[in-house]
Ligand binder design. Structure first.
Ligand code: MRU
Length: 364
């Protein structure tokens, strides 16, 4: 994707020095500062994932794959690889892409003689990244059909509501929920995006608004609580979100607040202007081992400071962090929720758009 008219991915290896490293766009600095960070060790990659310098389910998977490639620089032994894998998987529990990527790397590396592991670790991580780009492009193509249908029917701007950031910043490139939106915009369809700010970390306001702006897609940031009202008023034509984990039965786990958007979209049927609710999901985000998302998916509980502190740019241009809660206030911070399949209109995958209850007909 383009940043200041220059092509970027969110993560890439750097082999310019004797010891390879990984470079990432540091997402904790956006939208005010665009900064590339170097990640040179497994420990640094774990910190980057935990602190959300890299975030978004597919990108966490790619970062974990490179984390194992970095760990192989320390040792190629089975034991070291397995220990590194455990540490990476524990770094963020909800997005299943992380576990998927680590398991894939382990399966490939442990099957090889030790002497071959170092080079293959880097090539396999690069392969995971390239595949992510291809999956997201295919999601974009299938989602474009859904937006085109709406555009042909309504012959006016199509208003799409999204939550959190499931754009190119959350993946290696293109994004999942935003891939169909970029495809529609590039095809000349008049789209406008309602961007939910996504408290507490503001991935919508800080990241989605930034990347849509870089690409020139018309958008408006709204408070998280405004989504239901806009749907009630007939000002939303469709909702497209990403996912951190989807069950075999089509339950969608995504950023906290997604469930409320799905409930409002579902209720819009009663008002006579049905707002379809789609999740855009590459296959590594599907956890075929579980059926009941509400019961079985571990929801990451993040630190209280994400609610009590906010950071932003002051009028003089300096970045400041301020406390917004009364001293000593208790905070709970579940980072994800689960939208049951019955509230989901369709799941946009690289293989096409599936009804949630037919997701298990996908080729695996
Ligand atoms: O906590 P985050 O920022 O990693 O959460 C990201 C999301 O919830 C995204 O919607 C999801 O990972 C899909 S990204 C294509």
């Amino acid at each position: 994707m383009l940043v200041n008219h220059q092509q970027y991915r969110t993560i890439w290896p750097n082999f310019d020095h004797e010891q390879p490293c990984v470079e990432i766009i540091d997402q904790t600095k956006l939208p005010h500062v665009f900064e590339i960070a170097k990640v040179a060790t497994l420990a640094q990659m774990i910190v980057a994932i935990k602190t959300m310098q890299v975030r978004g389910a597919p990108l966490i998977g790619a970062a974990a794959a490179y984390g194992l490639a970095l760990s192989v620089l320390e040792s190629c032994s089975d034991q070291h690889l397995q220990q590194s894998a455990v540490q990476l998987i524990a770094s963020r529990p909800t997005a299943v892409n992380l576990k998927w990527a680590v398991q894939r790397m382990l399966d490939v590396l442990l099957a090889l003689p030790i002497a071959d592991r170092r080079s293959v670790a880097w090539s396999e991580a690069a392969q995971i990244c390239d595949e992510d780009v291809q999956l997201n492009q295919a999601i974009g193509t299938h989602g474009l059909t859904l937006i085109s249908e709406q555009y042909q029917k309504k012959a006016r701007t199509i208003n799409i509501l999204t939550h959190c950031n499931a754009g190119w910043l959350a993946t290696v490139d293109f994004g999942t929920a935003l891939a169909p939106i970029y495809a529609a915009h590039n095809a000349g369809i008049d789209v406008h995006v309602w961007v939910g700010e996504t408290r507490p970390r503001n991935q919508g306001a800080s990241l989605t608004a930034w990347e849509l702006g870089q690409h020139g897609v018309p958008h408006t940031v709204i408070s998280d609580n405004a989504g239901g009202h806009l749907m009630q008023q007939g000002r939303v034509d469709m909702v497209i979100v990403g996912a951190d984990r989807v069950t075999a039965t089509g339950d969608v786990c995504n950023k906290i607040g997604t469930y409320l958007k799905a409930l409002a979209a579902f209720d819009s049927v009663a008002l006579g202007h049905h707002v379809p609710f789609y999740a855009a999901v590459p296959s590594p985000t599907i956890d075929w081992t579980i059926e009941d998302g509400v019961k079985a998916i571990e929801i990451e509980e993040r630190g209280a400071e994400e609610l009590s502190w906010m950071s932003g740019k002051l009028a003089d241009g300096t970045i400041a962090t301020v406390n917004i809660l009364p001293h000593g206030t208790q905070v709970a911070n579940p980072a994800f929720d689960v939208t049951p399949a019955r509230l989901v209109t369709g799941i946009i995958t690289e293989q096409g758009v599936f009804l949630p209850q037919q997701l298990n007909t996908m080729q695996r």
